[in-house]
Structure formats: C-alpha cells, structure tokens
Design a binder for this molecule. Structure first.
Ligand code: AMP
Length: 280
C-alpha cells in the first residue's frame, strides 16, 4: 500500500492509473477506522482495480462548537487496517494541502442538505460536499463508496454528483452495527459504559418501528410517537429529531412507503451526538 500526502502526487498517480485503463474505487473517511469503514473498503476492493482510502478530518464540516479538535486521530493504526483490508493507496493530506490559506471556493447542495442534519448543523453539508468534490477531482474515482449510516450524507452526495455531472458512481453500503445493535461510529468511543447502554435504545427503537411497519403500520405520526416514547424512557437521551422521510430527497413522508421511506434519528446522549436510521 502506498501512502500519499500531497494533492499533486495523488492527482499524478490517479491520472496515470486512469490512462492505463484501471478502475479506481474511493472510500472517503475521517479516520479512526472501525468495521463500518472496513466494510466499505472491502466492497470497493471487490469492484475496483485500485482502492483509494482517504483519511482526512475535514475542518469545513465541523461547526465552531463541534468536536474537530478532539476528534480521534490515529493514522498509523488506520494505515495498518487499510492495508490489511485491501486498500492500495492511502491518501492522507494535511489541512494546508486541502485548504491553503488563499482557499475560497465551496460547493453547496441546497435542497436535500436543508432539513435534519442540515437544520441542526447549518454548515456541515457545505463542508462535506466541498471536500468530496475536491476528493473526486484529486483521486479521479470510477466510483466512491459511502455508508447508509449517514443516510442524508449519501443522498446529498448523490444529488451533488448528478447536479455537477461528476462521472463518479455512488455506491451506498449497509450500516455495520455492534453486537447489541448500536451503529458503529468513530464517536462511540466518547461514550461511557452507562451512556453506551442507553444508546442501545436508538437501534432498539428503530427495530421496533420496523416491526410495526412489517405488521402493516403506515402512519408516520404513530411510528414517530412510538419511537419518541421509547427514547424518552432513557435518562441521558435527548432527541434532536425523529422523522420519517423519503430516502432520496429527505422530504417528510406522509405515510410509510416500504422500500422508499427512511426513519432517521439524531440524539444527544449527554454531550455525545449520535445518528442512526433504518429503511422500512
Ligand atoms: P466518517 O469517517 O465517519 O466520515 O465515515 C466515513 C464513511 O464511513 C462514510 O461514508 C460513513 O457513512 C461510513 N460509515 C461510518 N460508520 C459506518 C457504519 N457503522 N456502517 C457503514 N458505514 C459507515
């Protein structure tokens, strides 16, 4: 596995791989890799000649009071995991490399990015779409893999890719969960044992709602009320949103349409912000 830290070197290598007719699969990450990330790398390795994993804690997608400074970073461990999992290139640029002092251009998607995470973290998706557009131009992927865990992010990136005519396929891989159901996340390491135990209510409530839908429930208000009630039983959990939306547009659903509707949840577990979702 090759480690690259500069944009110019990455672009030159990607250009020469593309000229040789190789397909490139990109897996963008912020590092602190867990099995969720590794599942994306494995999927990319099945489909592409060359797998590029980017590790970059993107300052542009963190709000001023968010956890950019304390976000976990361990590039050496990440590199070992990438290599073991089948990555060929690790692209780990510095902030200065991606956003030099003179930097002033941003890419914004203005519809899918508005509700939910967009309402609660107003500059978040602007940072995400900007860095992903840059990574597309730097690594020249044939396709890029994203996790269903961040369902709105995947929907925003699909929309941006279509709107900007990027010739990049977007692959969305299923959410990998810990035993007990908690969706894997780099932020789970902030949780104490008690907080972790209460966090199980999130996936539990989603599974419960999915069961209700399997039994014929289609009323959005009924499902949201049930999940709100289940989460409300936990002392440390405060709900940011519980909503049922169209999985492509993120617009509120009027009733559940199996295969199209998505239940999305964001909560605070004390000071740790967690999200999860389930396709019905
Ligand atoms: P992050 O490092 O948190 O920015 O995530 C990088 C990529 O990994 C994104 O496409 C995420 O959606 C994906 N991802 C994060 N957690 C999981 C998970 N538990 N299962 C599947 N994909 C995930």
């Amino acid at each position: 596995m090759q480690k690259i830290t500069t944009v110019s070197e990455m672009q030159a290598l990607a250009g020469s791989l593309r000229a040789q007719g190789k397909t490139i699969g990109l897996v963008p990450t912020m590092g602190a890799l867990h099995d969720g990330h590794l599942s994306l790398i494995k999927l990319a390795a099945q489909k592409a000649d060359v797998v590029v994993v980017s590790v970059f804690v993107n300052p542009a997608q963190f709000g001023p009071s968010e956890d950019f400074n304390k976000y976990p970073r361990d590039l050496e461990r990440d590199a070992g995991l990438c290599e073991k999992t089948g990555a060929h290139i690790l692209f780990a640029p510095t902030n200065e490399e991606m956003y030099p002092k003179s930097y002033s251009t941003y890419v914004t998607e203005e519809r899918v990015a508005k509700p939910l995470e967009g309402a609660s973290r107003p500059t978040h998706f602007r940072g995400v779409t900007t860095v992903i557009a840059k990574l597309f131009n730097v690594t020249r992927p044939t396709f890029a893999v994203f996790g269903q865990k961040d369902a709105q992010q995947a929907a925003v990136i699909m929309k941006m890719t279509a709107d900007m005519n990027f010739q990049v396929g977007i692959v969305v891989a299923p959410t990998v969960r810990e035993e007990g159901g908690l969706a894997m996340s780099s932020r789970n390491r902030y949780l104490t044992n008690t907080q972790r135990a209460e966090s199980l209510a999130i996936s539990g409530a989603l599974a419960h709602a999915k069961g209700m839908v399997a039994n014929g429930e289609r009323r959005v208000d009924r499902l949201v009320a049930e999940v709100t009630h289940l989460l409300g039983e936990k002392r440390r959990i405060r709900i940011i949103y519980v909503s049922i939306v169209d999985s492509r547009t993120m617009e509120p659903a009027r009733e559940v349409i199996p295969g199209e509707s998505l239940m999305v949840i964001a909560v605070w577990v004390d000071e740790v912000r967690l999200i999860d979702n389930m396709i019905f």
